[in-house]
Design a protein around this ligand. Structure first.
Ligand SMILES: Nc1ncnc2c1ncn2[C@@H]1O[C@H](COP(=O)(O)OP(=O)(O)OP(=O)(O)O)[C@@H](O)[C@H]1O
Ligand SMILES: [Mg+2]
Length: 461
């Protein structure tokens, strides 16, 4: 057997030894640098600690510091002259979570897809809060990403019309993680089910303005909610609504990162998502907002599809199918490529006219706003900022002041609620494909038989 000569080995060994020595020296230098930075950071945090705060950054009340407001362009402060640093977690406010025993559970409110919500009282202060126990389905895979995102986005979002996440508390087992939130008496879905009449136009405007201001805030800070629906919008008896349930929310950017398709509860899901786009943006939340607007007018969800294809067809039924003029890039979407579109159910009606016919009580500016939110082409959909400026809110009747908003008895405060059937928020996973070869012309005639798309379980009771 012929091996390498001693001479070659010696030379190789020398090269390897030199390389190792270099690596050791680099490691030593990096370690010293790291230590220097840690000491520098410690010094900085000591100087920045607010007067009255405890060493772990908690307020005097022993509660974690309030949520930090997200400042746009915060990292722009680092000019060219500043040394570039790796992004680090700001752990200055971190400390151990309190135990859930600090709260006394009063009553169960609701079980959702991602958690169990109860009303509770903080023993020390007597304050009423909502406790959401997070579902830890696959703990072997680590802390669930949905729970991480819910905590992260809600911690960062500080707005009058976004539910306040006060702290995270834990139980004895690893599975016991709870979000402590401000308690609100109602969610819009349950509330509407008990109302004999829909909200009056002036009340609807107040609700829609508050909701839109929260969505504008989220979008401004690059957060997509991705599950806006009436059951995720809470209302208190002081005329305020607050956006809740950030289980599907995530940070995005421009251009957006690769995003999962299976987001937003079916009835509130935008057509581009139903057609399989992976590059979506804040316009998907604006579609949901349009669906909520319509639901508040009649107390009935607008598009109640049974599956993805049925959902799309219900949308096209009301607004007409997309055309190359109205949505030039529509055909490029994965599920649209081979889809045969039905003829428009009412070819002589524009989406605006069709909406006017469906919602005769809505004013002209209201119809125009609704049509702009329910634009099939996401590029034509109004942004949250544009919605806030819409003439609908300046027309008579003007939005009602918060103090004049009606109040209702709170079910969440007293008894377990029962709900009518409605689809759940989507589970994480691959988005279903709609079979593009389906002839939707035929499908329009027999919707009940549609087999396309993934099934959605209806939540009974
Ligand atoms: N802060 C709160 N105050 C009062 N009730 C709340 C609060 N947060 C949530 N709820 C109630 O609990 C319900 C479920 O909460 P949430 O939507 O956060 O959970 P989820 O598991 O993500 O739900 P789903 O998957 O059904 O959307 C809400 O629809 C609302 O009725
Ligand atoms: Mg929810």
């Amino acid at each position: 057997m012929t091996g390498k000569s001693r001479w070659t080995d010696d030379k190789d060994d020398a090269v390897v030894a030199a390389q190792r020595k270099k690596e050791r020296e680099e490691k030593k230098r990096a370690k010293a640098e790291k230590q220097r930075r840690i000491e520098e950071a410690q010094l900085r945090h000591q100087n920045e600690a607010r007067p009255g705060s405890t060493p772990n950054g908690h307020e005097d009340s022993d509660r974690p510091a309030k949520r930090r407001k997200v400042t746009p362009g915060a990292d722009e402060q680092h000019g060219e002259s500043q040394p570039r640093e790796l992004l680090r977690f700001d752990a200055s406010g971190w400390g151990p979570c309190r135990h859930v025993d600090n709260f006394e559970r009063l009553n169960h409110i609701e079980e959702g897809s991602y958690g169990w919500v109860s009303r509770a009282r903080e023993t020390a202060t007597g304050e009423i809060v909502a406790l959401k126990k997070l579902k830890m389905d696959n703990l072997n895979d680590g802390f669930p990403i949905t729970a991480m995102r819910e905590i992260q986005t809600l911690m960062q979002a500080s707005h009058l019309h976004i539910v306040e996440l006060r702290e995270i508390v834990v139980g004895t087992s690893l599975n016991d993680v709870f979000m402590v939130m401000e308690f609100l008496e109602h969610d819009l879905k349950t509330l509407q089910e008990d109302m004999s009449e829909p909200f009056a136009p002036s009340e609807l405007k107040t609700i829609l303005l508050q909701l839109t201001s929260a969505v504008a805030y989220l979008h401004f800070h690059w957060i997509l909610h991705r599950d806006l629906k009436t059951s995720n919008i809470l209302m208190n008896n002081r005329g305020e609504i607050k956006v809740a349930d950030f289980g599907m929310a995530r940070f995005t950017g421009d251009p957006p990162p690769a995003l999962t398709q299976l987001v937003v509860t079916l009835w509130y899901r935008a057509p581009e998502l139903l057609l399989g786009t992976t590059t979506y943006d804040s316009a998907i939340d604006m579609w949901s907002l349009g669906c909520i607007f319509a639901e508040l007018l009649t107390k009935e969800p607008l598009f109640q599809g049974s599956r993805e294809l049925d959902q799309l067809l219900k949308i096209f039924d009301l607004l007409g199918p997309p055309t190359t003029e109205s949505w030039p890039t529509f055909r490029r979407l994965p599920n649209a490529r081979a889809m045969k579109l039905p003829p428009s159910p009412s070819p002589h009606l524009s989406p605006q006219q069709s909406l006017r016919r469906k919602f005769p009580i809505l004013t002209g500016s209201g119809v125009s706003l609704l049509a702009s939110l329910l634009s099939l082409n996401p590029e034509h959909r109004l942004t949250a900022e544009e919605t806030l400026q819409h003439e609908y809110f300046r027309d008579e009747p003007r939005p009602k002041s918060k103090s004049m908003m009606p109040t209702f008895p709170s079910k969440a405060g007293q008894e377990r609620r029962r709900r009518r059937a409605s689809p759940n928020a989507p589970q994480r996973g691959d988005a279903p494909k709609i079979d593009g070869n389906m002839d939707s012309g035929g499908i329009f005639g027999r919707r009940e038989d549609i087999e396309g798309g993934a099934g959605f379980q209806l939540k009974m009771g």
